[in-house]
Write a protein of this length. Structure first.
Lengths: 168, 762
């Protein structure tokens, strides 16, 4: 009888860098990012995929990192809040959150930003209802949501304008 | 002043902001808490052998292992066991802590600690507990002569955690003689002040010192309790609080810190303890309440008397509930002229999660019945509910409670602003209906509408004890040190704005250091909406002290009397020259070096001699629609008035108001911790539902009332709790008007509203 597999090697990219790691099979993506890679921008709260605080983008899709296993990251590309800015230049979604005062305690902010990034990457023409539908899966306890909705809508309109300009 | 951007925004959008849960120490170990699986039982034995033998385990700690450490904590009544000592009093109570090398190892080993229980009757609601012969606490932990914020603990007996009473005139006689008496009983649910960063603490005990990093809102209060538990001087205990991922009062006072510190002491390692949402719900919730209000009116609809009974479900340990009850008594009868009053309150120990502070504490519980009662009275007396309030409201300068600060707000003007906004929305809607014709009307068939206004006045601000320190550097820039915590309210930004204005420097030239008791000065608490007002005054005083010190140094350097140096326009004017503060510093030190320090101390003196430091106003209006078929309630329009005297940063005030009101909507419509027997049936965020983006009001009007009538800087008063306090009552009254039957309990979930609709049909 062979011993049960308790760890596995995964190869993946996180924020543009290739990684190869031996991870316990029980390790969550959030634990991998926070405890092994020091990427503490990803936050954990409900641990049940309902609050969205731990949202990261895996191969373009928003994923609750608290409920995904690190071993399943093999062969994927992961983007976290730390990977958004280009040097000193913030991502338009980050800028919009600052401008719209769309945060208070900030604990939900990385998750909202990553969800908005996933939305606008998938649907650059996202309208008000798309924003409401996508952002409904993230919780914020401080702001009452209105400034967050404003921020995502602002980022969407800017990205649409920028895309239109590029097209000309 | 101005709506400058938050100083913490860049850190927070880039994921760089550090919270307690992100902090680590060298050689740190991890703890998992073994929690009680009984609501009320004696501990017959704890078998830890298997856990101790598990991989990575460093120590298993129970109450028996605490040696000389203090076994109990509690800032009002030290009744709270660090680890269950002989018996457990609620499901979820910490019984043991397992310390291991990794979080997984700790969690695995915690499952191997076997606890034997001898069951006792579980008293899981306040009425049962007060009527029972079974005692949750066999002895009283109230210490004679001790008091907290003027609240002397009630020696516990018969499961009473605290009692209070406030009375003047003869309420009974007035009720007997009145033209009309209207009675309301309303039940305020058990709610959880869900902060997204759940409670956590990291402790590093070393011989003669203790360093704790935690989510505490009040680091100095925690320091005091830890110093007592470890018999250490205050100076030897360092409590550090980085950014807090949401507080709302739920992180007031001491939570996990004693557990983490005991685990560090027992294992000799730095130890982190965290909670998941379930453990957080069992750590602290808000007091549930059943409140009965009887109001007597004369023939002119003027209040003759109010008689109020408040019964709290306080859970297994007192925590802050004696103060919450006292505040509920003070906040239950409303800012009305009441010639005869009697309010009686009792907080019952029950075998449920301990209750403590949550945003506005005591006010929402009292106002639910108190303000709903005003609406019911208006109905009975046949007058408009706003008119009934106008007829009875206190005017600026009137006494609310004898011996306390007179009312420092114009409530009639606040209500006018609300009514105007509600009317505007109704007019806009009518216009839209007219424009769209029958189509619009058809869509809205089967929809009932109701609107309501509610007001509260809270004795807020807590104790005006605060110290601020400003250090001006050789280039004229400033480091401001305060111990108020930053949990999202924006104190770091607002206090920097005050310092910049007082010192005549750019906001960019002010850096703020916060909440590390080794380095930052004394602060009572960060709660009760007090920071801008009380700490703001301390910052102003520190800046004045800095100017005095700069004047003295300028005079000394120039060899002239201090009186010859005049401060004006951010500069120091002498007969011969005019100097910038930086020049004074460099001149005095004789180098491009050195710094000058100003200290500001606030106590019960001057502007803050009279308590409360300010009355925090809650004034809101709501319009709701009710789906007749489903009982679903939608908030069509929410109006908040931030009656803050002066808005140091208007965006921050509006952010507080909308956030607080949204939490109020959560209590009104969705949130309730449900005990079924000994444990919670919904200890998670799937079944404990908090407001989501698509639940938010269709329209929000946020009004700022800046009348300069506060005791704080530039006439400021606090914000943060006010906009929550009247919201549950306003929603209940609006739903009552829409349906035609007054609700008696919250939250107004679709099944509850549907059953009101059925009652209305009968």
């Amino acid at each position: 009888m062979t011993a049960p597999v308790t760890s596995t090697v995964i190869r993946f990219r996180v924020n543009g860098h290739d990684r190869e790691m031996l991870v316990p099979v029980r390790l969550t993506v959030a634990e991998l990012l926070r405890d092994r890679l020091g990427l503490t921008g990803t936050k954990v709260s409900c641990e049940m995929q309902v609050c969205g605080a731990c949202t990261v983008v895996v191969d373009g899709d928003p994923v609750s990192s608290c409920a995904a296993l690190a071993c399943d990251l093999d062969g994927t590309e992961v983007l976290t809040v730390e990977g958004l800015a280009q040097g000193r230049d913030l991502h338009p979604v980050q800028e919009a959150f600052m401008e719209a005062n769309a945060l208070q305690c900030g604990f939900c902010t990385p998750g909202f930003i990553m969800m908005a990034v996933a939305l606008l990457d998938a649907h650059p023409d996202a309208g008000a209802e798309d924003v409401r539908e996508w952002m409904d899966g993230n919780l914020c306890r401080c702001t009452g949501y209105a400034p967050i909705e404003t921020a995502v809508t602002l980022a969407a309109s800017r990205l649409t304008a920028a895309t239109a300009e590029d097209g000309q | 002043m101005t709506a400058v951007p938050r100083s913490d925004a860049w850190e927070k959008v880039t994921g760089r902001a550090r919270y307690a849960v992100d902090m680590a120490l060298p050689n740190m170990a991890h703890a998992a808490v073994v929690r009680s699986e009984r609501a009320h039982a004696r501990i017959a034995g704890i078998d830890r052998a298997e856990a101790e033998a598990a991989p990575g385990v460093i120590a298993v700690v129970t109450a028996d292992d605490l040696g000389d450490l203090g076994r109990r904590f509690g800032h009002i009544v030290p009744d709270h066991a660090v680890l269950a000592d002989g018996k457990v009093r609620y499901y979820g109570e910490p019984v043991a802590v397992v310390v291991a090398e990794t979080p997984h190892q700790a969690a695995d080993a915690a499952d191997l600690v076997w606890v034997d229980y001898d069951d006792l009757p579980a008293l899981t609601d306040s009425a049962t507990a007060l009527a029972s012969d079974t005692l949750i606490h066999e002895q009283s932990y109230a210490e004679p002569g001790q008091e907290f914020l003027g609240v002397a603990p009630t020696p516990s007996a018969d499961n009473v955690a605290h009692r209070g009473e406030l009375a003047w005139g003869d309420a009974e006689a007035a009720l007997a003689e009145a033209a009309a008496v209207v009675e309301t009983t309303a039940r305020f649910p058990l709610v959880y002040g869900y902060a997204m960063e759940t409670y956590n603490a990291l402790a590093d005990w070393q011989p003669g010192s203790l360093h704790v990093v935690s989510t505490a809102q009040h680091p100095l209060m925690v320091r005091k309790e830890l110093a007592r538990m470890f018999s250490l001087p205050l100076a030897a205990v360092r409590v550090e609080v980085p950014y807090i991922g949401g507080g709302y009062g739920s992180k007031s006072y001491t939570k996990l810190e004693p557990l983490a510190a005991a685990a560090s002491w027992a294992s000799g390692r730095p130890v982190r303890v965290t909670t998941d949402v379930e453990a957080a719900m069992y750590t602290t919730r808000a007091d549930g309440a059943v409140v009965t209000v009887r109001t007597a009116f004369d023939a002119g609809a003027r209040i003759c008397a109010r008689d109020i009974d408040i019964r709290f479900d306080t859970g297994a340990y007192a925590d802050n509930s004696p103060l919450v009850l006292t505040k509920s008594i003070n906040r239950s009868f409303g800012p009305y002229r009441i010639p005869n009053l009697r309010v009686r309150g009792v907080a019952a120990y029950t075998n449920t999660a301990p209750a403590s502070s949550y945003r506005g504490f005591g006010a929402p519980q009292g106002a639910l019945a108190g303000e709903l009662n005003m609406d019911m009275a208006a109905d009975r007396l046949g007058i408009d509910p706003v008119e009934l309030r106008r007829r009875n409201l206190l005017a600026p300068g009137d006494t609310i409670i004898d011996g306390k600060r007179p009312l420092d707000a114009d409530l009639a003007a606040d209500i006018d602003a609300i009514v105007n906004a509600l009317d505007q929305h109704a007019a806009d809607r009518d216009a839209a209906v007219q424009a769209s014709g029958d189509q619009h009307a058809a869509v809205h068939a089967g929809t009932l509408r109701g609107r309501a206004v509610a007001v509260t006045a809270s004795d807020a601000g807590a104790s005006p004890i605060s110290t601020a320190q400003v250090r001006m550097h050789a280039d004229g820039s400033v480091t401001l040190l305060v111990s108020s915590t930053e949990m999202g309210q924006g104190s770091r930004t607002a206090l920097a704005q005050i310092a910049a204005r007082e010192l005549g420097v750019d906001l960019d030239a002010v850096a703020v250091g916060q909440s590390d008791t080794r380095f930052t000065p004394f602060e009572w608490t960060t709660g009760a909406s007090r920071t801008t007002t009380v700490v703001g005054l301390a910052v102003q005083a520190a800046c004045a002290d800095l100017w005095d010190n700069l004047r003295a140094k300028a005079a000394e350097s120039a060899g002239v009397p201090v009186d010859d140096v005049i401060v004006h326009g951010g500069r120091l004017h002498l007969a011969a020259e005019t100097l910038a503060p930086a020049e004074v510093i460099r001149q005095w030190f004789g180098a491009d070096a050195g710094e000058v320090v100003g200290v500001g101390v606030i106590r019960r003196d001057g502007a803050t001699e009279m308590l409360p430091p300010f009355w925090e106003i809650g004034a809101v209006g709501v319009e709701v629609s009710v789906n007749e078929a489903t009982g679903e309630v939608s908030v069509e329009h929410l109006v908040t008035v931030g009656d803050v005297g002066h808005a140091v940063n208007p965006d921050l005030v509006k952010g507080q108001d909308l956030g607080a009101a949204t939490q109020g909507l959560g209590i009104a419509l969705w949130e309730e911790m449900v005990y079924d027997g000994e444990q919670l049936t919904n200890p998670n965020l799937i079944e404990y539902r908090v407001p989501r983006l698509r639940d938010t009001p269709r329209r929000v009007t946020s009004v700022l009332a800046e009348r300069g009538d506060g005791a704080g800087p530039y006439g400021a008063k606090g914000a943060g709790e006010g906009a929550l306090n009247p919201v549950p009552a306003a929603v209940a009254a609006a739903v009552g008007r829409a349906v035609g039957v007054w609700p008696t309990e919250l939250p107004l979930t679709p099944p509850r509203v549907w059953s009101l609709l059925q009652q209305a049909e009968q």
